[in-house]
Design a protein around this ligand. Sequence first.
Ligand SMILES: N[C@@H](CCC(=O)N[C@@H](CS)C(=O)NCC(=O)O)C(=O)O
Length: 195
Amino acid sequence: MKVHGSPASPYVRKVRAVAVELGVPLELVLVDAQTAQFDFGRINPVHRIPALELEDGEVLFDSPVICEYLDATYEGGLFPPTGPERWRVLRLQALGDGVMDAAVPRRGETMRPEQQQSPARIAAYQRSIRQVLDALELETAGLNGVNIGTIAIACALGYLDFRFPGDEWRKGRPALAAWESEFSRRPSMAQTGPD
Ligand SMILES: N[C@@H](CCC(=O)N[C@@H](CS)C(=O)NCC(=O)O)C(=O)O
């Protein structure tokens, strides 16, 4: 199987980390979705990375879909099948993905020429990130175990370190910082860091 994407993308990292957790070999095909050096739309019409190309040529996209496909196919247990535990873990994934959904366009905005940047939009992205991290600081007890929620959150925090080290997100959030320090030692995290 191949995953089309870039090692810098936190969504791609989530998929690659899940593959490592499941012991599934995944070939990374380098794609920069923004510059789109070839007709990537034929692989993923939504034109976003990651896109998972299966052996039969079928392509899956959107990291939650890809991760659930891998987990279901290889019986990983990263997605609880049913009941309150499923919603708890999916909510955590939404929090992690929510940080990515604010941090990735924030990065895009700050890469534009200064006079074209929207300070209001950047502030809104920053607020969203800050609010999620503050919420997580209060519920680190729930970040127990390895599941799609904790993986998504660890990938989101790794992206903040990578693109926004000046945020110093650990300041004032000792519980979340301690959790991240421990979780980032997992091989799935250590082997997939952004570059
Ligand atoms: N919801 C999607 C988001 C994926 C996404 O936004 N990826 C970014 C790269 S980090 C992308 O492909 N951006 C290109 C674009 O929006 O044109 C997922 O979870 O896979």
